[in-house]
Design a protein around this ligand. Structure first.
Ligand code: ADP
Ligand code: MG
Length: 282
């Protein structure tokens, strides 16, 4: 069987621990070539990181979540998926992690056609994708450090690895000194940073966030988006679903816009190209 060349990891946690400068670490290329990790299911040599081919998702056999979506997101891109409530953003994201299966069409992630992925491999898919949600989804009776440690423990890391990695990743997301806080003792922005740390700790090649700033004020939202952008600069592909126009306008990245389950615009820039632009494809 031909082994496909592996991508480099987004970062190595050793570097985080050894380098007190978060920015320097985030921007530094990994020192060591990636080793193939156990259970690594992506085949990054096989085209885009995310590819939808004519994807239709009907709920209840009738109601359309997605209505014929074809799009590709390449390795290393930072992409916003925008559109009004009900336009299909969450449907798109849930298809990427096989929480949903398309009614027709293909969803290909990291070179793997999810329609052909055995059920037993789905946990490996979800491990290869870091996920961040609007409501943080932290364990309420566990500290910040324990929430992150849990994600490492379930993937079989040793206690020593957990002890070394958790403080490093928490400082990476700007939570140094807050390791022992419970979720209720943290602000919304801090809780979201914990959830990003948890998503990152297994070094995913793809980070997907569904309305990560939906519960946050505008200033905190920009801080979270900035963190996601810096993670992207390490080589991690980042896909962010949001209807937060202010943040999208500030970032000026690729924007894929959904309306009624269809892509109506795919361009770099703001949420709308300019205030007069309705975002429609002519
Ligand atoms: N589980 C479901 N059952 C039926 N319809 C659903 C379900 N989830 C989403 N939908 C419908 O699919 C469409 C897209 O929803 P969604 O992907 O959640 O949009 P967004 O995340 O952009 O708000 C909406 O019309 C929504 O009502
Ligand atoms: Mg949604």
């Amino acid at each position: 069987m031909a082994r496909i060349e592996q991508e480099k990891p987004a970062f190595t946690l050793v570097e985080v621990a050894d380098d007190p400068s978060m920015d320097a670490m985030l921007l530094a290329p990994p020192l060591e070539p990636a080793k193939r990790r156990k259970g690594d299911i992506f085949r990054p040599g096989n085209g885009p990181m995310v590819q939808f081919q004519g994807v239709i998702k009907k709920y209840d056999g009738e109601h359309r979540g997605l209505d014929g979506v074809s799009v590709a997101i390449n390795t290393g891109e930072f992409v916003f998926l925008v559109g009004p409530s009900g336009s299909g953003k969450s449907t798109f994201i849930r298809l990427c992690i096989r929480e949903l299966r398309p009614t027709s069409g293909n969803v290909i992630i990291g070179g793997r056609d999810l329609g052909e992925l055995r059920r037993s491999k789905v946990p490996y898919l979800r491990r290869a994708i870091g996920c961040v949600f609007q409501d943080f989804r932290l364990l309420p009776d566990r500290t910040a450090a324990e929430n992150v440690a849990y994600a490492l423990q379930v993937t079989g890391h040793s206690r020593q690895e957990v002890r070394r990695s958790v403080p490093a990743i928490l400082s990476l997301v700007g939570l140094e000194g807050k390791e022992d806080r419970l979720p209720r003792e943290m602000s919304g922005g801090e809780q979201q940073r914990v959830s990003i740390a948890r998503a990152l700790v297994n070094q995913p090649r793809l980070l997907i966030a569904d309305e990560p700033t939906g519960n946050l004020d505008p200033e905190t939202s920009l801080g979270i988006m900035d963190l996601l952008l810096r993670i992207n600069r390490t080589g991690t592909t980042v896909l962010v679903a949001t209807h937060d126009q202010h943040t999208v306008d500030r970032m000026q990245m690729r924007v894929i816009r959904l309306d009624d389950g269809r892509i109506v615009r795919d361009a770099e820039g703001g949420y709308n190209e300019d205030p007069g632009d309705t975002g429609e494809i002519a």
